[in-house]
Design a protein around this ligand. Structure first.
Ligand SMILES: Cc1cc2nc3c(=O)[nH]c(=O)nc-3n(C[C@H](O)[C@H](O)[C@H](O)COP(=O)(O)OP(=O)(O)OC[C@H]3O[C@@H](n4cnc5c(N)ncnc54)[C@H](O)[C@@H]3O)c2cc1C
Length: 446
C-alpha cells in the first residue's frame, strides 16, 4: 500500500552515477573535469564517498603505489610509492566531493539507495523519493560488489561462547588471548597476521587457516618506474611458457612474485601484493591449518571441510573470509544508455573507470567503445594469460584512441615514466601483444 505521506519529486541530471566508491568517483572526476557544462548526480548508501575504504580495518593501506590511485585530477599522498592509509583515503575522497559540490554541478546523495528506473530513495527518510530524468547515461559503479570483513557475514556457523571478530576489531581487543586463529589467506588474512606480529604476539600463538595458497606480487617490482617494465617482461615469459604455472615460476625466479610456502604450488592469483620484508615475516608462521574451508566453530574444535582441529581456551578467531573483489561475469561496458564500470586492465579498477569515462567522451559509437573489453578480477593462476593478453590489447586500443590523455593520466602507471621510456614500452607492447595473444590462446586450449 502506498504511504500517504510519500513524496516523489522529479529532477534532471546528465549522469546518474550509482556508487561513490573509488570507481564511481574516478569516472565522475573525468567527466567533471572535461565537461564543465554537464551535471552529475552521485548516489551512495554510505554516508561518505570512498566506498569500501570507509568500512576497512583501521590499519589497512593501499597495496599499490598512491601515485596511480584515486582520481586523475588530484594527487594522492606524496604522488609516489607511498601506500596511503585508510584515513588518508577517506580524507582524499572527502576533498574531492567538496570540490565537486563547490562547483554547483555535482549533487552527492549520501545515504540514498538506487531503486532502478532512475529512482532514488533517501535511506534516512524512505518516504522521500526522487525520480531522475537522465539526459546522458546511468552509470553503475556497484558492479564490482566489493566485500569487506566488517560488512559481510561469515559463511560458517559460529557456536555461542566462541569469540569471533572481524579484522577491524583487532585494534579494540583489550583482553589477553592465548591464541589467535586467522581465518582466510587473502590480502586481509595477510594483513591480520602481519598486524599481530607487529604487536609482538609470539608466532607460536598465531594460527592461520588457509584453504589454499596464492601467488603474491612483490610490491617492490610494482613501484613507480618499475611496473611497466615488469608487466612487459611477464609477456616475454608467456611466449616461452607451456602453461600459466610456468609463467609464475619464471616471474618468481626474477623476484617479481612470491609464494609463502615454497614447497607448495599455489592455485590462486588475486593480485595480492607483499613486500620482501613482509614475506619473511609471513614465513615465520608455522601453525598453518590446511583442511579446506571452515564450516563450524564449536567451543572446543574447528570443523573444516577435510577434518576437525581442537583448540584451547582463550582463543580469538579473526574473520578475514570476505571476498573483497570477486571474479564476476563480464557484461558490455556501454549498453544503450547505461555504463557498467568494470576493470579493463588487470587489477587496475580505478584507472579503468577513468578510461571508461574518457571513452564515453570520445566521439565513438558504443560498438567501438566496447572494443575495449572488461578483464574480470582474477582468481586462479589460469586467469593470468588472458588477463595479460586482453589488458595489452586494450592498452594498444586506448593509445590509438586517446594517446595524449593516456600519457598524461596520473592513474596510468605508465604515465610516471620518462617520455623516452614511455615510448620504449609502448613500442615494445605493440610488438609483444600478438605473441602474448597467441600464447594465451594456446594455454586456454590445453
Ligand atoms: C583492502 C583493499 C585494498 C585495496 N588496495 C588497492 C590498491 O592498493 N590499489 C588498487 O588499485 N586497488 C586496490 N583495491 C581495489 C579497489 O579499492 C578498487 O578501487 C575497487 O574497485 C573498489 O571500488 P568500487 O568503487 O568498485 O567499489 P566500492 O568501494 O564497493 O564502492 C561501491 C559503492 O556503491 C554503493 N552502492 C552499492 N549499491 C548501491 C545502491 N543500490 N544504491 C546506492 N549505492 C550503492 C556502496 O555503498 C559503495 O559505497 C583494494 C581493495 C580492497 C578491498
Amino acid at each position: 500500500m502506498e504511504n500517504s505521506s510519500e513524496t516523489t519529486s522529479t529532477k534532471e541530471t546528465d549522469y546518474l552515477i550509482i556508487g561513490a566508491g573509488a570507481m564511481g568517483i574516478a569516472f565522475a572526476d573525468e567527466i567533471f573535469t572535461r565537461k564543465p557544462n554537464l551535471k552529475l548526480t552521485i548516489v551512495d548508501r554510505r554516508a561518505k564517498a570512498g566506498g569500501h575504504w570507509n568500512n576497512a580495518y583501521p590499519f589497512v593501506r593501499l597495496h599499490q603505489p598512491a601515485a596511480f590511485y584515486g582520481v586523475n585530477s588530484l594527487q594522492l599522498g606524496d604522488g609516489s610509492n607511498d601506500l596511503s592509509s585508510k584515513s588518508e583515503l577517506v580524507a582524499y575522497y572527502e576533498a574531492i566531493i567538496a570540490k565537486f559540490k563547490a562547483s554547483g554541478r555535482v549533487e552527492f546523495l549520501s545515504q540514498h539507495n538506487y531503486l532502478g528506473n532512475g529512482q532514488v530513495v533517501n535511506l534516512q527518510n524512505p518516504t522521500n523519493k526522487t525520480t531522475y530524468k537522465i539526459n546522458k547515461k546511468l552509470v553503475d559503479a556497484t558492479y564490482m560488489n566489493v566485500e569487506v570483513p566488517s560488512t559481510h557475514s561469515p559463511k560458517y556457523i559460529v557456536d555461542e561462547g566462541v569469540t569471533l571478530a572481524p579484522i577491524n576489531e583487532l585494534v579494540h581487543q583489550y583482553d589477553q588471548w592465548n591464541h589467535f586463529y586467522v581465518i582466510g589467506n587473502g590480502k586481509t588474512g595477510i594483513d591480520a597476521v602481519l598486524y599481530l606480529i607487529s604487536k609482538g604476539v609470539p608466532t607460536a600463538n598465531i594460527h592461520w587457516i588457509k584453504p589454499n595458497e596464492a601467488w603474491l606480487f612483490n610490491r617492490e617490482a610494482l613501484q613507480v618506474g618499475k611496473v611497466a617494465k615488469r608487466v612487459l617482461e611477464h609477456g616475454d615469459y608467456m611466449k616461452k611458457a607451456k602453461d600459466s604455472h610456468d609463467v609464475f615460476l619464471a616471474i618468481e625466479k626474477t623476484g617479481g612474485i612470491f609464494r609463502i610456502d615454497e614447497q607448495l604450488t599455489p592455485k590462486k592469483w588475486r593480485c595480492g601484493t607483499v613486500s620482501p620484508a613482509e614475506i619473511v615475516q609471513l614465513r615465520t608462521i608455522k601453525n598453518v591449518i590446511r583442511k579446506g574451508r571452515v564450516q563450524r566453530i564449536t567451543t572446543t574444535e574447528i570443523q573444516l571441510q577435510k577434518g576437525n582441529v581442537p583448540y584451547s581456551d582463550r582463543t580469538l578467531f579473526v574473520d578475514c573470509s570476505a571476498n573483497a573483489l570477486a571474479k564476476r561475469p563480464t557484461v558490455p561496458v556501454f549498453s544503450n544508455n547505461k555504463i557498467t564500470l568494470q576493470s579493463v586492465l588487470f587489477c587496475q579498477q580505478v584507472f579503468s573507470a577513468a578510461v571508461i569515462a574518457r571513452l564515453e567522451l570520445a566521439n565513438l559509437s558504443d560498438n567501438n567503445r566496447n572494443q575495449v573489453i572488461p578483464v574480470p578480477h582474477p582468481e586462479l593462476t589460469e586467469d593470468w594469460p588472458s588477463a595479460l593478453s586482453v589488458s595489452l590489447e586494450n592498452l594498444l586500443l586506448m593509445h590509438r584512441i586517446m594517446p595524449m590523455w593516456m600519457y598524461r593520466a596520473r592513474l596510468n602507471f605508465m604515465s610516471h615514466e620518462s617520455l623516452l621510456n614511455y615510448f620504449r614500452y609502448a613500442t615494445k607492447a605493440i610488438f609483444l601483444t600478438p605473441s602474448v595473444k597467441k600464447a594465451a590462446q594456446r594455454m586456454a586450449t590445453k
